[in-house]
Write a protein that binds this ligand. Structure first.
Ligand code: PLP
Length: 399
């Protein structure tokens, strides 16, 4: 199919040309001086993205799931009790991961489409006077539902309960796209992957580890070898790894960090907020419900759109992929078939979002929903026009 593919799943995201070119180089010697300098630059740059000075960044070849496992095996021991806030498929899987690794998982079940409740976490921790709960698991941005939770409020709830549990946060679909403040929010471990806001291909788990989590790992943790962060941190001091790192991807990561810092993190976050609002205005113009019901919790990185009863989102997604070269996110877990997700994160601009929405309008009509073609595009373009403070005609006036 001619033209560029529109990869609008909420990760993996479109990889910018500059990153692709940065990776297309001869493979580096991972024990050489050039590589050591690269490692140091990446770890420093990633600390800026996590907004931390206290945290230590750790990389493992793998994906976000490997990051969950690393966070758990380095801080918790079999039989430890953990409190998992579950408001979607990724919260469910994070909890499942802890359970599979031998933890006693207690879930706080939150409706899918709602944000994590700091009050519920406070209530449970306040009742745990013996401090049997060792960690709280939270997904910052639930990619299955398009909901962003307030991590600072979760930390405040934990502090108000005067509870020493560690705060383990999944930042897989937020880091590099949504403001994430590791130090300020008192996060103990944050987990991310390379393939979303960092605009890289899949292949690397990225963790940020605070002093409390490091100490917990020194005292205990679970049996671990490859995912043990201690030897990684030790060898990283000289710029090396105890295993063969994903060197080509790390070359791309340097370029990704350059892109983020050239634009400026604040502008990157503002762009995501602006694009997301445009998408939601389009969905409202189509008169379709957005799964996230609370205006405060709408995700800046993706929107989950609910289809009318009797329609199958899987078929719509398959048609758009086959005929428009447009990949949309499927409904996950219990949302299978009911929703489709529009990813609007990473290397993306206004014109591309308008193209995506135009494609979705065609696919919706083919699927049998008579949304007026152009209605969502028009609502979104009007928002961009306003939010970019461009008045009609201004762009063509002589200076
Ligand atoms: N957490 C969140 C919020 C995600 O969106 C994903 C994947 O989409 C994961 C975890 C799992 O990450 P991975 O697929 O990279 O293992």
């Amino acid at each position: 199919m001619p033209g560029r593919p529109f990869l609008q799943v909420p990760g993996p995201t479109n990889v910018p040309e500059r990153i692709l070119r940065a990776m297309a180089q001869p493979v580096l010697d991972h024990r050489g001086a050039e590589f050591a300098a690269l490692t140091r630059e990446l770890l420093d740059g990633l600390k800026r993205v996590f907004q931390t000075t206290a945290g230590t960044v750790v990389l493992f070849p793998g994906s976000g799931t490997a990051g969950w496992e690393a966070a758990i095996v380095n801080t918790l021991s079999s039989g430890d009790r953990v409190l998992a806030a579950v408001n979607g498929q990724f919260g469910t899987l994070f909890a499942q991961c802890a359970q599979a690794l031998g933890m006693e998982v207690e879930e706080i079940a939150i409706p899918w489409g709602a944000a994590v409740s700091p009050a519920a976490i406070h209530e449970r921790l306040a009742a745990d006077r013996a401090h049997t709960i060792k960690a709280v698991l939270v997904v910052h941005n639930e990619t299955s539902t398009g909901v962003t939770s307030d991590v600072a409020a979760v930390r405040a709830a934990m502090d108000a309960a005067r509870h020493p549990a560690l705060l383990l946060v999944d930042a897989v679909s937020s880091l590099g796209s949504i403001d994430f403040r590791f130090d300020e929010w008192g996060v103990d471990v944050a987990v991310c992957g390379s393939q979303k806001g960092l605009m890289l291909p899949p292949g690397t788990a990225i963790l940020c580890v605070g002093p409390g989590a490091l100490a917990a790992g020194e005292r205990g943790g679970s049996p671990r070898y490859f995912l043990d962060w201690r030897p990684v941190i030790a060898q990283n001091r000289d710029g090396f790894f105890p295993y063969t790192p994903a060197t080509s991807l790390l070359l791309g990561m340097r370029e990704a960090l350059h892109l983020l810092f050239e634009e400026g993190l604040a502008r990157v976050f503002a762009r995501h907020t602006r694009l997301a609002e445009g998408v939601r205005r389009a969905v409202r113009a189509w008169e379709l419900p957005i799964l996230c019901g609370d205006a405060q919790s709408h995700s800046p990185t993706l929107t989950a759109v609910v289809l009318p009863e009797g329609m199958d989102s899987g078929r719509l997604i398959a048609w758009a992929a086959a005929h428009l070269h447009l990949s949309l996110g499927a409904g996950l877990g219990k949302l299978r078939g009911r929703v489709f997700r529009i990813g609007h994160l990473g290397w993306l601009n206004e014109v591309e979002v308008l193209g995506v929405l135009g494609g979705v309008e065609i696919a919706l009509n083919v699927a049998g929903l008579q949304v007026p073609p152009g209605s969502g595009v028009s609502a979104c373009a009007s928002w961009f026009l306003r939010s970019m403070r461009v008045t009609a005609g201004e762009g063509a006036q002589k200076s």
